[in-house]
Design a protein around this ligand. Structure first.
Ligand code: FES
Length: 159
């Protein structure tokens, strides 16, 4: 991550690196957005302006792409991102109770970030590991067979 000082120069450099890597083509829009999002933590307005300019894509289109893909965000996200599977197999395996436990522990709702900037809570559709549902992903870590009582100890591992 490029840290929290998302000044224009850092943003411009990150965008330039991504465009250099994939090429200034509209066909490469998703990988470019993905990389910038990963590097900065989200897609700030300056980044969208720069991508719009370099790829000759209207900014409105960038916003609609960013809102379609869950891994992209135009708002700052927390230091850790929880993706909670809300598809039916996880749901029937007890996902609802775990979801409630996560929300209560963090005291936030879906698509929100804790006031201290530590956590962002997202839902996701099936992650492809339904056999171990309920499933949640924290950053790059997958947790399966999660029980509500385990939620505090899982979240406390993250600083
Ligand atoms: S339904 Fe949750 S991982 Fe498939």
């Amino acid at each position: 991550m490029a840290g929290n000082g998302k000044d224009g120069k850092v943003v411009a450099n990150v965008v330039k690196a991504a465009v250099d890597r994939y090429g200034a083509s509209q066909d490469e829009l998703i990988p470019i957005l993905n990389e910038v999002n990963r590097e900065i933590g989200y897609l700030p307005g300056e980044a969208l302006n720069e991508i719009s300019r370099l790829l000759r894509v209207p900014k409105s289109h960038l916003f609609s792409v960013a809102s379609f893909y869950r891994m992209l965000s135009t708002k700052p996200r927390g230091k850790h991102v929880i993706q909670f599977c809300e598809s039916a197999p996880c749901h029937v395996a007890g996902g609802r109770e775990v979801w409630i436990a996560v929300k209560e522990y963090l005291n936030i709702d879906e698509d929100q970030t804790t006031p201290d900037g530590k956590w962002t809570l997202l839902t996701t559709s099936c992650l492809g590991v339904c056999g171990v549902g309920p499933v949640m992903v924290i950053d790059d870590d997958i947790y399966g067979n999660v029980e509500p009582s385990q939620v505090p100890s899982i979240l406390e591992k993250y600083h």
